[in-house]
Design a protein around this ligand. Sequence first.
Ligand SMILES: [Zn+2]
Length: 317
Amino acid sequence: MRICARCGQEQAVAPGEPLWPLGWRCEGCGWQVGAAGAVALLKPELADTATGYSGHLFEFHAVHEASHFWFSPRRDLIVWALRHFFPNARSFMEIGCGNGPVLAAIAQMRPDLALFGAELHPKGLERASQRLGTRAQFVQMDAREINLRDEIDVIGAFDVIEHIAEDERVLEQMYKAVRPGGGILVAVPQHPFLWSESDERLFHQRRYERGEMERKMRAAGFDVIWSTSYTSLLFPAMAASRLLARPAGAGSGAGVGTGAVGAGQEDGLSEREFDVAPWLNRILKGIQDLEVKLTKSGMRWPVGGSRFVAGVKPASN
Ligand SMILES: [Zn+2]
């Protein structure tokens, strides 16, 4: 069901129909979905704000994501987890899809899946839409108001929820939007003691404590079926890098990002950790690839720069 953002009236989505046909109008109140090219706009009033992210980071990502040690093994892990934990899924929505690199990888591996990309920032959506064409439907929306019920088999949010103050509300909205028996896949930065200036530049609201995401997912109604740290083999190097780089007197803990944003960071890493020479990238990617391989074979890592969690919405709810 799609839900009118203004009056809350629900309407069934016909098989094969877009979630939000361009120009869709609510029968109850006349609220109309906007459009920019092929992208449906549910929350155009937030489109040009920098809420939670900086638009120009997308341009940096577009250059670096293909073979970078941070992006490439992570994509591999996401595609595997989707297949492994949700083998019967027929639809997948990524919240915070950015330029669409994860969706593009899923499109390649899973021609059977209907794909939806959601993002608050139109700049990322524009590029994702160019990249995936009609293979996915793109929606500009606020993750705090997904406006769907029992509609999508799996929703993914990878390094997104930590940008949003109301993370529990986002999880509740994800719960509402997925079908009973479906679920969600989430990745977030982990360990508040790693909090650094780069978290603030990235507008992070928090890094998660161990067990925090699982607890919040259960509170939203999910059964947690998988949880592991990620970037665990590189964790000692990462922790050392953060602790050594911290200015004297700076503490750890949650803060609200403000100020200028420089390109060159990714959510788990500081810009110094992120922008590495090609030879070092090969080594780091080798380590991350090994970790992903071990994770696929059943390893659960206790500590790491990120936390991956999968949750299922019980079939009888
Ligand atoms: Zn309405």
